[in-house]
Design a protein around this ligand. Sequence first.
Ligand SMILES: [Zn+2]
Length: 273
Amino acid sequence: MREVLVVSPHLDDAVLSAGGRIAHLATAGARVTVFTVFAGVPTPPYSSVARAFHRSWGLDDNAVHHRREEDRRAIDHLMANAVHGDYPDAIYRTDSSGRWLISSGSQPTKHTAEDEGELTRTITVTVQELIGSLRPDLVLTCASVGDHIDHRHTCYAVRAAAKASGVALRLWTDQPYSSWTDEPFSPKTLGALPDALSARIGVHQPEAHWVDQEAWARKMAAIGEYKSQHSALWPGVADFDAVINEQARSLAEALGGSGRCELYWQESRPPGS
Ligand SMILES: [Zn+2]
């Protein structure tokens, strides 16, 4: 494996869900580029929801500049290259009638990327250009578990771009979304994606990736850099290392092994076939 492209919706998703595999690939000599789609620096004015997010992160209205710096330090731990896209996060976007996409009481997981079809197509072109210039042997992106609108855009766009070029694609299980269910590692959830998700992105086979001690240490150091996001990712949790460790160990156990795992998905059948 010489060249790998990782496409992350936000500044933290790739590390949270695929940090172990990225560290492995880089250690084995691959050049790994982590492209974050929704890393665009927004222009004011900001919605009250966006300002509330900034406050909850302990940041001012230069939040995205700060988060880009966190991401550069995180990706350094994985020995990969961080590239930041110009698309603004859902909390900074407006809908076709000019209203804020995410207002108080409306969740980014309740919107669909189908409402912003043109945005999906534009991101597809961006990812196609990246694939064209990097010529990766493998592309990793999110499966959009949890249905966040930005994760859906990313998943749809990368699937379309990868299909057009024929490059191998694996989807990661979005963390921490997948751990916010009651039984994240039941046999059912390990064997298949949720039905509604399969209907959108096709039937997929699970693929476990075992993470060794060194790659795990790099992943944890990288997650540690996203300090502004910790309270939102693990509300009320002081020791997030323990939580993530436990999840990765439970997953390994559920798969019949020991150690720590990340869970990926490979398409076996396209939607509707
Ligand atoms: Zn995200």
